[in-house]
Design a protein around this ligand. Structure first.
Ligand code: SAH
Length: 339
């Protein structure tokens, strides 16, 4: 709900052109009020004020409305003002790793003002009713037994809603520009000539390891971290490159190709004692972290882990919460490495 007040039992009159008023109409209806609308000055002149406790004037600068607004005050109706809703636009919003606690202020504002929200399953979609003011919610993500809406169709939907004059939020898990096809959606909006903006989000690449107290960098341990997509298997050149960097490796969408990656990193010379953590379902009640060495992981120690999960490979893993003593004991520090 948008307004904190419960307006059940109240009748609210909204004055303003239909398109400009849509946000006010939705907001007061979501707060429980019975909403009456006057969409032209002529309609306002004849409106039934019986039971109306509050009037909302949607400011559009049109002086034709002014006498009607003044008249309401004289007739002892409380009048408040609200800005006119803008024309069609698209906002690409990073929803963070799945808890509303990790939404940014800008993300919350965008959700509050949305007419339509297209969301997937890694964003905090369960809480969208409370985070929006009665917006239409469209699930375009993958669910067990259902297919995700194809990307081209998502882009068509975004544009169709915006062309209908709506404020459309595309809510994505984490950050929209980290393996999220955010730039494709931005490009589709730009090509269609629709106003579009991006609200960055807290990426799972950093936040999910953090939920297990694993820092992706540490002054004494590593000053490099690389975020890799496991969506498609890496080549041996990429394995060699990653192993050669010597920093933290963070893998998203990595469960399906994990065996391939672990084998490739070993072939590329990463030591079997290198620690690995798989953090499953970050920020959910059933979050779990599994620790192993690279050698153990390659022999099946993390085989039971399921998506969504973030895989972390590197010395920083030893600092993680719940890391077994035999792994945690021997952090290979930068000082140690250069000594
Ligand atoms: N744009 C997103 C990433 C999209 S790729 C971001 O910045 O976070 C989807 C992958 O993100 C998943 O396969 C998983 O590896 C990771 N992920 C997202 N949320 C997660 C969570 N709550 N717990 C574990 N992994 C998560």
């Amino acid at each position: 709900m948008l307004l904190d007040a419960d307006l059940t039992g109240h009748t609210v009159l909204v004055l303003g052109e239909a398109h400009a008023s849509r946000r006010a109409l939705r907001r007061y209806a979501a707060a429980g009020a019975t909403v009456r609308a006057a969409t032209s000055p002529a309609e306002a002149a004849g409106v039934d004020l019986d039971g109306v406790s509050l009037a909302v004037a949607v400011a559009d600068g049109d002086p034709a409305w002014r006498p009607h607004v003044t008249d309401l005050g004289r007739r002892r109706v409380v009048v408040t003002e609200q800005a006119a809703a803008p024309g069609g636009q698209i906002v690409l919003v990073g929803g963070g790793p799945g808890t509303p606690e990790l939404l940014t202020v800008a993300a919350r504002t965008a959700l509050r003002e949305a007419d339509v929200v297209l969301h997937d399953r890694l964003s905090p979609w369960r809480e969208l009713r409370e985070l929006t003011g009665g917006a239409e919610l469209v699930d375009v993500g993958k669910r067990p037994g259902h297919h995700a809406v194809p990307q081209a169709q998502i882009e068509e939907m975004l544009i169709a809603h915006a062309r209908a004059g709506k404020t459309v939020v595309r809510l994505k898990g984490g950050d929209p520009f980290v393996f999220g096809r955010g730039r494709e959606e931005l490009g589709a909006a730009l090509d269609a000539g629709i106003p579009v903006s991006v609200v960055p989000g807290v990426t799972s690449a950093i936040a999910v390891p953090a939920s297990a107290d694993i820092p992706v960098t540490h002054r004494d341990v590593t000053h490099t971290f690389t975020v890799v997509s496991g969506h498609a298997p890496l080549t041996d050149a990429e394995h060699a490159h990653l192993a050669g960097l010597g920093g933290t490796i963070v893998v998203l969408m990595g469960i399906g190709t994990l065996n391939h990656l672990l084998a490739g990193l070993r072939r590329a010379g990463l030591r079997d004692t290198t620690p690995v953590a798989v953090v499953e379902r970050g920020y959910r009640m059933d979050q779990a972290t599994t620790y192993a060495t690279l050698g153990e992981a390659a022999r099946g120690a993390v085989a039971g882990c399921a998506s969504p999960a973030v895989v972390v490979i590197g010395e920083v893993v030893r600092l993680g919460r719940g890391c077994p003593a035999e792994l945690a004991g021997a952090v290979d520090t930068l000082a140690g490495a250069s000594a």
